[in-house]
Ligand binder design. Structure first.
Ligand code: TXA
Ligand code: MG
Length: 314
């Protein structure tokens, strides 16, 4: 058995209706999608990823019109953020209806919802006419995929259909905001500017989980290549001449012997290329990977978050 890549939306939807999983492109990363109302299909997502049952899934919807099927209440703050940022890379955590499967929510009283902007995701959601759970389409703790071939690599021995939607435009997982109490909280950084979210809310965002708000599954070791990866403030001189070292740099350099990927010093473009560069370096048979740390400014927060999970500091 091996994965199959397609652009046939009708075929993809038929798989979902049959309770099977689907590799689904979104603008952030590819998802491993299943019918959110089919408990056996949802269970399969956990099984194929090797994901612990304690890590809840995001429910992907067509838009505001499906939110009341999942959320017990929709606060004014949610209405504002939905109007401003959906469809797009923003996930909202809201109080869950009793009818939402505890397998999706990992037994929490909340549910995470997102309306993706990718045209293939929208075509599948519209034709399916239901909601889809979709965690990133990688095995537990490995790198999120940003193209169909990465998904196929992750699940090389599975009979999985993958919709080819090209390379993801955003490249990092969605920003997650919890609206469970009066203080909106940023649970996961993404490429949306927190200041833009605060502007729409008319209120500051608290950072990180606190009180009854939990964000399970944000493991320190996550998104990691198999090759040992080290983040460095400066390029270590001794390794520059070693062809068995791979490099993820900001600017290209011609004084380095090993494989170099340069992602530039602009955070949005860097984010778009990050996971593909990590896949390429991880697949290159190298002994170690060095990652040059970007500047410590707010615009790089989501990139720093992912790099800290992908590497150890040297
Ligand atoms: O961009 C994305 O969000 C991608 C694409 C496929 O949509 N999906 C994604 O899913 O990144 P996943 O499963 O890799 O990450 C989902 C995160 C997890 O860290 C989980 O803990 C959090 O969302 N989450 C889900 N439901 C939650 C809830 N009720 N409360 C707090 N966090 C929740
Ligand atoms: Mg993930």
């Amino acid at each position: 058995m091996m994965p199959q890549i397609t652009t046939d939306i009708a075929c993809a939807v038929a798989r979902l209706r049959a309770g099977e999983l689907l590799g689904l492109p979104t603008e952030t990363v590819y998802g491993l999608a299943a019918d959110a109302r089919n408990p056996a299909a949802v269970a399969q997502v956990f099984a194929l990823k090797g994901r612990p049952a304690s890590n809840p899934l995001i429910v992907h919807v067509t838009g505001r019109e499906q939110v009341d099927d999942w959320a017990a209440s929709v606060p004014e703050a949610a209405e504002k953020l939905i109007a401003a940022f959906w469809p797009g890379p923003l996930t909202l955590v809201l109080p869950a209806k009793d009818s939402v499967s505890p397998v999706i929510t990992a037994g929490q009283a909340s549910v995470a919802l997102r309306a993706p902007a990718h045209p293939s995701a929208q075509a599948v959601l519209a034709a399916f006419a239901g909601a889809l759970v979709a965690p990133s389409a990688n095995r537990y703790m490995s790198i999120s995929p940003t193209c169909a071939a990465h998904v196929a690599q992750q699940f090389a021995d599975a009979d999985l259909l993958i919709v080819d939607g090209g390379a993801c435009q955003v490249g990092l997982e969605s920003t997650i905001v919890s609206l469970l109490d009066d203080t909106p909280r940023l649970l996961r950084s993404g490429t949306l500017d927190p200041a833009a979210i605060e502007h729409v809310l008319g209120q500051p965002l608290a950072r990180g989980a606190a009180g009854s708000v939990r964000v399970p599954g944000q493991h320190v070791k996550h998104y990691a290549p198999n090759t040992p990866a080290f983040s460095v403030a400066n390029v270590p001189v001794a390794a520059q001449a070693d062809p068995r070292c791979g490099w993820l740099l900001l600017r290209p350099r011609d004084d380095i012997a090993g494989t170099v990927h340069a992602l530039g010093n602009e955070p949005i473009a860097y984010a778009r290329g990050l996971y593909a560069a990590l896949y390429a370096l991880d697949n290159a048979g190298l002994e170690r990977i060095y990652i040059e740390l970007p500047p410590r400014s707010e615009a790089w927060t989501a990139v720093h978050d992912r790099l800290s999970r992908a590497s150890q500091s040297a």
